[in-house]
Design a protein around this ligand. Structure first.
Ligand code: MN
Length: 290
């Protein structure tokens, strides 16, 4: 049965993250909910935007995270990152970085140096995926999901691709290891494509249109920058692409636990937030220079 639509909305007015990411927040800020998209906690979207060439570092310097995972997806432009667990790399178009902050990590995120020097369009998403209480203090980890590792399912009649980042589409599983069920699908659709996406009824489910125009479960056409939140009243979403489109589809099992958020920390209690601040201030997240 098709889910009905709970809400269609646009993101908040853009704000700067450091000096390199001009993002619009879709949740929790834009929607005034913290749990309706659980296990996904936050979505920041950098729409395609031209950056002038620079030899300066552009992005966000060293900062901490604890209690969740950051997932960074590049569509255009390249982002370099380093973290206090010793990991680092470059996220190129089509690639995904899945970082488990767990018990605490420091990292920085900058436009990759040669991209910054040349200038060009940056288009990306960052999603925070919450961790269940039992995994909040997991060992920090990092998964670089390159283009060759992301599973791709071609739609019939050459009408596009479903790129499976995490979870599954039909029989095809994505490469990301997750702590709780979380399906993240990158849809690249041509006009006339129709994709049926099964979702367990209790999973929180939504999509963001990044490019083009689509209809979903019989909606009016929604276009770039519009986000559809579905009710948890059915087990499928059917996306019909009107134009060439790019869509991010999210569906995951809610984490039914208390949640307390303070800046870069997402925990279960105020005490745990205070502990995170204390541990960060006393150097327990490690050390990292920009
Ligand atoms: Mn970060």
């Amino acid at each position: 049965m098709k889910r009905t639509i709970e809400r269609v909305f646009k993101g908040m007015p853009e704000h700067w993250v450091g000096n390199g990411f001009h993002v619009s927040n879709y949740f929790p800020a834009a929607t005034d909910f913290e749990k309706r998209m659980s296990p996904f906690f936050l979505l920041d979207y950098q729409k395609p935007e031209e950056y002038e060439p620079t030899t300066m570092k552009r992005g966000v310097g060293t900062h901490p995270h604890r209690g969740f995972e950051t997932v960074t997806i590049a569509y255009q432009g390249s982002v370099a990152h380093h973290d206090s667990a010793g990991n680092g790399g470059v996220i190129n178009p089509g690639e995904v970085q899945w970082m488990t902050a767990g018990k605490g990590i420091l990292h920085n995120e900058f436009h990759e140096a040669s991209f910054a020097k040349k200038g060009g369009i940056l288009h990306m998403i960052q999603i925070w995926v919450n961790l269940p209480k039992k995994d909040k203090l997991a060992i920090p980890n990092y998964q670089a999901l390159t283009n060759s590792s992301i599973a791709e399912v071609a739609l019939s009649r050459d009408l596009g691709l479903v790129r499976v980042i995490s979870g599954a589409y039909e029989e095809t599983k994505g490469p990301a290891r997750t702590f709780s069920p979380a399906h993240m699908l990158d849809l690249r659709l041509k006009p006339g494509a129709k994709v049926r996406l099964p979702t367990p009824k209790d999973y929180n489910t939504a999509l963001l249109v990044l490019q083009g125009k689509v209809k979903a479960n019989g909606s009016a056409a929604v276009s770039e920058g519009e986000f559809i939140l579905f009710k948890n009243d059915g087990d499928e979403v059917i996306v019909d692409s009107v134009t060439d489109s790019i869509v991010m589809f999210l569906s995951g099992a809610p984490i039914e636990e208390p949640l307390v958020h303070y800046g870069p920390f997402v925990m279960n209690s105020v005490d745990e937030i205070n502990q995170a601040i204390e541990d960060y201030n006393s150097g327990k997240f490690g050390h990292l220079k920009d």
